[in-house]
Write a protein that binds this ligand. Sequence first.
Ligand SMILES: NC(=O)c1ccc[n+]([C@@H]2O[C@H](COP(=O)([O-])OP(=O)(O)OC[C@H]3O[C@@H](n4cnc5c(N)ncnc54)[C@H](O)[C@@H]3O)[C@@H](O)[C@H]2O)c1
Length: 445
Amino acid sequence: MKVSVLGTGYVGLVSGVCLAEKGHHVCCVDIDPDKVEKTNRGVPVIHERGLEGLLKKNIGKRFTATSDLRKAVLDSDLSMIAVGTPFKGDEIDLGYIREVSKQIGAALREKSTYHVVVVKSTVVPGTTQEVVLPVIEEFSGKTAGAAFGIGMNPEFLREGVAVEDFMSPDRIVLGGIDARTLDVLEELYQVFEGVDKIRTTPKTAEMIKYTSNALLATMISFSNEIGNLCTGLGDIDVVDVMRAVHLDKRLCPILPDGRRIVPQFTTYIEAGCGFGGSCFPKDVKALIAHGKKAQQPMALLQSVIQVNEQQPRQIIEILNKQFRSLKGIRLAILGLAFKPGTDDMRESPAIPIVNELAAAGASMRAFDPVARTEAEKILGTRQITYCEQLSDALDGADAVVLLTRWDEFAKLPELLADREPQPLVVDGRRMIDKKKLRRYTGIGI
Ligand SMILES: NC(=O)c1ccc[n+]([C@@H]2O[C@H](COP(=O)([O-])OP(=O)(O)OC[C@H]3O[C@@H](n4cnc5c(N)ncnc54)[C@H](O)[C@@H]3O)[C@@H](O)[C@H]2O)c1
């Protein structure tokens, strides 16, 4: 199938490259000429494992990028909307969605054959049919259901493992205004054999995405609240608590041979310094705002956000307890991205933590395996020294503050073994075995 992907960010680029790898002919569109130029040279504008190889393999064959949306839409059978949907003021900002819908509509005015438009961006329930559809009808002068189909196909990829997730999805949710649209969407995803496919309405598809994200965010805030209580009560470590909670056979079922299935879901039931990224915070807030409009106050989800917004403070409080003053204290900051495997700094808990430590007069040396460039844009270079190597960041540190669960931080005990004096390790992700370090504390201890 010939596909145009509108928006070449995390979702658009990964989806476009992976669909090309699966055999479709894909043209990715972006308004940012720099992204288009780099993409066409085979240089991914984001860090994702496996992306560069697939991009280079498909470029100029089944994959290309352009700034010419009109041409891309006219040359394709299906257009996938993958523009940003930030949270702005007190609701979801559908500005990019509206703008791209206008452009698609204008292009479709010139097209005589049937076309399908599918929304992949995360949008609040109702958006596809109440915003995208009427705008395309207005600008194309054509009728949905006749000249074109409209669908909603939420994306569940996780940054850091986005290529793997896209190539081997756990489910494919297809929302469509009619059977013809759904049939085209099924044809697009036919190459993903054996994957559960859900045929539904656009509004239900939109709700599925928010419900998935809200559930995961709730699990994280729940775990963090329990972790904070463990700290407050004393003599309880949240890691011991959660390890035993995970052993509930409804969470980790026992196989007939006695082995356990350990679902990835349990990684969301662990305490840490909070969730970030471009999805959970904005999506939960957008759902709360949407609920409010529908006279459905979302008290639980409001607390999820509240707990999360306070969670980075736990790190500052731990340091305040351990040191008389933070002024002049030398800190190694390990990890800046909101999660491992990505250079995405959006809403990273590292941002409020580093800013607060800088305001308190701490001196910081930071190391993140891939997020340095993005971090410099947000945190600047005045209050923090960025290191090329993990061991450089540790030099002279009074305390090591671990903020992102990068695998390579697991070797911290080895790296610190011979250092004297021994810095205190403040584990914001509880990823290090506390028995392996002489001076260790963290969230939920
Ligand atoms: N990032 C994730 O992990 C993830 C996962 C699932 C769903 N989503 C959802 O997918 C959507 C996109 O997220 P993202 O992280 O890829 O955003 P992003 O900001 O990385 O990318 C959006 C891109 O769209 C481009 N754009 C904006 N208007 C355009 C237009 N009119 N024509 C062409 N290009 C245009 C921007 O220049 C940008 O490159 C959001 O709704 C998000 O919630 C994101």
